[in-house]
Each structure stands twice: as C-alpha cells, then as structure tokens.
Design a protein around this ligand. Structure first.
Ligand code: ATP
Ligand code: MG
Length: 256
C-alpha cells in the first residue's frame, strides 16, 4: 500500500479538466517524478493533493482518506509542499523563515501537551535538522536576498521540511537554474529520501528527473500518458511526442 494513493482524481476548472481521472500510487520512501509539458496539470495536481483546489476521486495518505480534509489538516498529517514561485519573507533571516513553518507544525504537539515547555525548542531543533538535510546550515543567519537563486531554492525546500513531513511535494524546484545547478540541487534533494521522507518532484528538467527519480509519471492534458523508470519513460514514443514542440523539447533532446 502506497503512502499517497490517488484514485481517479479529477479537477475541473469551468469547462477544462486540468486533472483528468489520474490514479497513482507512491510508496513510502520513494522519490517519484511528475513531468509533462506546460499546462499539463502538474501544479493543479499538487494543489489538489494539498487541498488548495477541490477535486473528485479519492486521495489516500498513510491509509486515510484525506480528500475532505482542509489544507492545514493535510499538513498536520504529514504532507508538505513548495510553490512554483519562491515566496520567502525577505525581512526575515533564512533560519527565521524556517522557524515560521516549524512553529506552525508544533500546533499538534501543543494540543497534545499544552504545558510542554520545549515546544519552541522542538521547532528550533527541526529547523536545524532541515538546514542540515539540505546542506545549508552556513546560510542560516543570512537574509534570503543575499544568497544565490540555487540556495534560495534549497531554502524553500528546507522550509517545507522544517514541518517534519512524511511526504514533500516539490513544484519545479529547479526552475531558473542551469543544468549543473539542477544536478547539484537533485543531489541535495536525494537526501530527503535518505532521511526517510517520500518525495514527489514536479519538474521540466529532464536531467534532474533522470538523475534523481526512482519512478516517473508523465502527464499530458491532465492524463497520465506514461509511467515507469526515468529511462523507460524517456524512450516512450507518446512522451517524446508530448514534448515535441513544447519548451521542454530542448532539454529532452539533450538527454536522449
Ligand atoms: N485557477 C485556474 N483557473 C482556471 N484554469 C486554470 C487555473 N490554474 C490552471 N489552470 C489551467 O489548468 C491547466 C493546467 O495548469 P497547471 O498550472 O496545473 O499546469 P502545469 O503542468 O503546472 O504547467 P507549468 O509547467 O506551466 O507549470 C492549464 O490549462 C491552465 O491554464
Ligand atoms: Mg506548474
């Protein structure tokens, strides 16, 4: 049984089926990729799993049906995500940016033990663990606008990890990075599964997906058109066709 199981998930925006009867099954501890051309429905799928847009079909996480849960409850049961655009608080240090997320996640422990004095210490500990997991401990005291784009990407992932999730949904963390920076980012992201977390990585960067994912789903017009190992889906004629003529054709050709 997978950690995240979607059965016939559908998201309708007016007359458009942005996600069309998608079923997928992600085992605990796996590093899974979700790729597809612009507008394929990748972000919408992550939004629906996070509870930010309504969907039909079932969403099971850790054996529970969560499709009726509001987003904050899904976060509490262990789902975290990043957003396609970087949204960091510019006036807070990188450590403080992470603390905001980690303190929010302490709500459950506060509810269980309201007089537990070490709640903040617990959050601070998770922040240090998240920084270490992404290899950015030395950036903790810096302000977000003083570090490189690649480092800011790592900070957004670390912020999701600071809530100590079982699963992290990453929406195009490599956007804007060159291929060497993407591969380096991928190396750091792999640490998340080494730490026992489960990852769903949405990206256009074929080099990144190929180098880090155990299994890949390919989405086109809201539907899964291929799935399997990264090497297998890259050979799939439907996948090649889906990418031809799109912006992602160039990176795909360089991989093939
Ligand atoms: N809030 C919305 N209302 C109506 N249509 C939307 C909305 N958000 C997305 N769409 C449409 O749904 C489809 C899927 O969009 P989505 O952003 O999920 O694609 P994507 O695969 O993440 O694309 P990209 O690679 O560009 O990030 C597109 O046709 C898009 O125009
Ligand atoms: Mg998107």
């Amino acid at each position: 049984m997978g950690l995240l199981e979607l059965t016939e998930m559908t998201v309708q925006y007016g007359g458009l089926r942005a996600v069309d009867a998608v079923s997928l099954d992600i085992p605990e501890g796996a590093f899974v990729g979700l790729i597809g051309p612009n507008g394929a429905g990748k972000t919408t799928l992550i939004d629906a799993v996070s509870g930010l847009v309504p969907s039909s079909g079932s969403v099971r996480f850790a054996g529970r049906n969560i499709e009726r849960m509001p987003p904050h409850k899904r976060a509490r049961v262990g789902l975290a995500r990043t957003f396609q655009s970087i949204e960091l608080f510019d006036d807070l240090s990188i450590r403080e940016n992470l603390l905001v997320a980690a303190e929010g996640a302490s709500w459950l422990s506060m509810a269980r033990a309201p007089f537990w004095p070490s709640r903040s210490a617990d959050a601070a500990h998770r922040v240090e663990q998240a920084l270490a997991s992404l290899g950015i401990e030395d950036l903790a005291g810096r302000m977000p606008d003083s570090v490189s784009l690649g480092q800011r990407k790592l900070v957004t992932v670390a912020r999701a990890v600071a809530a100590n999730p079982r699963m992290v949904l990453l929406d195009e963390p490599a956007a804007g990075l060159d291929s060497a920076e993407s591969i380096e980012l991928g190396r750091q992201l792999r640490q998340l599964t080494t730490d026992g977390r489960t990852v769903l990585l949405v990206d256009h960067d074929m080099g990144l997906v190929l180098s880090v994912c155990d299994y890949v789903y390919v989405l086109e017009f809201g539907q899964i058109i291929a799935q399997g190992s990264a090497a297998a889906v890259l050979q799939d004629p439907r996948v090649v066709k889906a990418y031809l003529g799109s912006e992602a054709a160039a990176p795909m050709e360089s991989v093939l």
